[in-house]
Design a protein around this ligand. Structure first.
Ligand SMILES: Nc1ncnc2c1ncn2[C@@H]1O[C@H](COP(=O)(O)OP(=O)(O)OP(=O)(O)O)[C@@H](O)[C@H]1O
Ligand SMILES: [Mg+2]
Length: 353
């Protein structure tokens, strides 16, 4: 298959805005996801890799060969577009065999390939139906089969599941992952859903405003967001801003919302600092403890195996997770409004940039 490298890949638009420069590597057989909010440049980046955008700067290497000036059809790419672009009046079979027909495969070879993919995707019974007679989820499978039909070396998927309900989306995520692993096909997947990205990817690249701001495994991103944008976008951490009031022996004293927090790290006295704390690293209590901060209880949401506690810390939302059923019961019975909380100091992540 293929190893893909984007080196300073960039497209500048007439209005002066641009997507890139983007530096990114996708290993042979890897599933890498581009994750970012609407307008961050995911589709544009994918289309630059596919060759559908002209006047692209920088370089794009497939196994070391620069592809920027290579025609899209010679890039050996299978693509599923953001809006499913199947031919509604053609049958499922005709849609999947479209690519093989275009490149002149024999009838026999084409039929074998369509049947193989139809089996892999569980759509064999639909082959003779028209696209207008299949469901949205089935159409997505057909789009995937069509993208895979000519044995591409690189698969590009642009929000292939966004139109489906949650249950079907989760099922197809698992399917896509299974098929991608089985075929060992290098894949770039685009989504704006963190859950989806984390569920199916080897690694995730986070885009903000046309630039890659962080690349890593889901675990790395969750544990160590590189900056405030990533922490907020992933929603994995509480983000708090304050001012450094004292420094001693690798510990900072930070004033935030009229409370003091001790944070391991270094910085400059009187400078502003933003940090992130994951919900599982927020300690809560219905009593008072010295050094703990106070916040208003906003909501208690039961989850599988835990409770999500939403607090209002002088205007800053704080989410805590607790497994302490007794504590939650007491808070409910006493109609507790004010809760005290603390951050596990060693779990605080200082965000820069
Ligand atoms: N041809 C163009 N001329 C000017 N601006 C463009 C052009 N194509 C894309 N853009 C801009 O580039 C930005 C990124 O667009 P893109 O479609 O890549 O975003 P996206 O991350 O895929 O968003 P979504 O999640 O909504 O699909 C947008 O602000 C868009 O308006
Ligand atoms: Mg898009």
């Amino acid at each position: 298959m293929v190893k893909v490298e984007l080196k300073g890949l960039i497209r500048e638009f007439d209005d002066g805005s641009k997507i890139g420069p983007i530096d990114l590597q996708v290993q042979d057989g890897e599933l890498l996801t581009l994750l970012g909010p609407s307008g961050s440049g995911k589709t544009t980046t994918l289309r630059m890799v596919a060759g559908f955008i002209e006047d692209v700067g920088g370089s794009l290497l497939f196994n070391g060969r620069n592809m920027v000036n290579v025609e899209p059809r010679e890039r050996k790419i299978g693509m599923v577009f953001q809006s499913v672009a199947l031919f509604p009046n053609m049958t499922v079979f005709e849609n999947i065999s479209f690519g093989p027909d275009m490149v002149g495969w024999s009838r026999e070879k084409t039929i074998d390939r369509v049947e193989e993919l139809a089996d892999l995707l569980g759509i064999h019974h639909l082959l003779l139906r028209r696209i207008s007679e299949v469901s949205g989820g089935e159409a997505q499978r057909v789009a995937l089969a069509r993208a895979l039909a000519t044995n591409p070396e690189l698969l590009l998927l642009d929000e292939p599941l966004s139109a489906l309900d949650l249950q079907l989306r989760e099922r197809l995520q698992t399917e896509i992952r299974r098929i991608q692993r089985k075929l060992k096909i290098t894949t770039i997947y685009v989504t704006h859903s963190q859950d989806e990205a984390f569920a199916i990817s080897d690694r995730v690249a986070i885009l903000d405003n046309g630039l890659v701001v962080q690349v890593g495994t889901p675990e790395q991103l969750y544990d160590s967001p590189a900056n405030e944008f990533v922490a907020r976008f992933l929603g994995s951490g509480n983000v708090v801003s304050g001012r450094i009031t004292d420094i001693s022996e690798g510990r900072l004293l930070v004033e935030a919302n009229n409370n003091l927090f001790e944070i391991p790290g270094d910085g400059e006295i009187n400078s502003q600092i933003t940090f992130s704390v994951k919900p599982e690293d927020v300690l809560i209590s219905d009593g008072t403890s010295s050094g703990w901060a106070e916040a208003e209880l906003v909501a208690i949401t039961p989850q599988v195996g835990s409770f999500k506690i939403t607090l209002d810390f002088n205007g800053t939302p704080i989410i805590a997770l607790t497994y302490d059923e007794e504590l939650v019961k007491r808070m409910r019975v006493n109609g507790e409004k004010t809760i005290t909380f603390a951050f596990k100091p060693e779990s605080i992540i200082i965000l820069r940039g």
